[in-house]
Ligand binder design. Structure first.
Ligand code: 13P
Length: 254
């Protein structure tokens, strides 16, 4: 089963509009006119319009936001609706990132509500899952992933799952420099694919793309990507520099 790799840059709370556009100019030069992988940039909300404008002639790079609200509109101070993101031309929305879960108290039910609204609007979710170090040490990896998948993907439309992306990001590997070994990543990805198969059937589980995230850098990309169930990367720190992110994209075709 060949799945096109998808490499996404999660810039978190970095890069305002000017810096984001500067990145794109440099990155475009480095990556050249073609790529064998899907490339996605996820800037902050305020940088989305500038990024979209800078990419107006690019068929290579797609745009994601790092979050959304599940309601269409209303009294939700500080929130952004999916319709507003569509107006800017956002292709993907990252939901359920562990920083959203741990720092902002998001749970599987809320993530499920966002996923449903994204599917209804026709925007592709990148749904993050992953265990903490305590959960791994307590041999709870499979239980945690199963719960996050069962609850986070509850009642989602099977047809829309083909374009949904799952990102496995072990919390202990995020921003720590401690990458999961290729074997650990493969094990978690294979399990994730199995659970998706139980919920949505084999056709979807064979086609859905599962990204790995957590201290991905140019030097470890190829080995991670060579694992049969690793279909891409969600990159934090190493995506902030156009040089290292372009290397990661280039090293992703194995
Ligand atoms: P790092 O690549 O900085 O570890 O961050 C990973 C991440 O959280 C991407 O969403």
């Amino acid at each position: 089963m060949s799945r096109k790799p998808i490499i996404a840059a999660n810039w978190k709370m970095h890069k305002g509009p000017a810096e984001a556009v500067e990145f794109i100019e440099e990155f475009d030069n480095l990556i050249g006119g073609s790529s064998l992988v899907d490339i996605v940039l996820a800037p902050t909300f305020v940088s989305l319009p500038a990024v979209r404008d800078a990419l107006v002639n690019s068929e290579l790079i797609q745009v994601a936001s790092q979050n959304c609200h599940f309601e269409e509109k209303g009294a939700f101070t500080g929130e952004i609706s999916i319709g507003m993101l569509q107006e800017i031309g956002v292709d993907y929305v990252i939901i359920g990132h562990s920083e959203r879960r741990a720092i902002f108290g998001e749970d599987d039910r809320l993530i499920n509500a966002k996923a449903k609204s994204l599917h209804a609007a026709g925007v592709k979710p990148i749904i993050c899952i992953g265990e903490t170090l305590e959960e791994r040490d307590a041999n709870q990896v499979e239980n945690v992933l199963r719960r996050q998948l069962k609850e986070g993907l509850m009642e989602l439309d099977g047809e829309k799952m083909f374009e949904t992306v799952i990102a496995y990001e072990p919390v202990w590997a995020i921003g720590t420099g401690r990458t999961a070994t290729p074997g650990q990543a493969q094990e978690a990805h294979a399990f994730t694919r199995k659970v998706i198969g139980e919920i949505f059937g084999e056709d979807i589980s064979a086609k859905i793309r599962i990204q790995y995230g957590g201290s991905v850098k140019p030097a470890n990309t190829a080995e991670l990507m060579s694992q049969p169930d690793v279909d891409g990367a969600l990159v934090g720190g190493a995506s902030l520099d156009p040089g290292s992110f372009s290397e990661i994209c280039k090293n992703s075709t194995v």
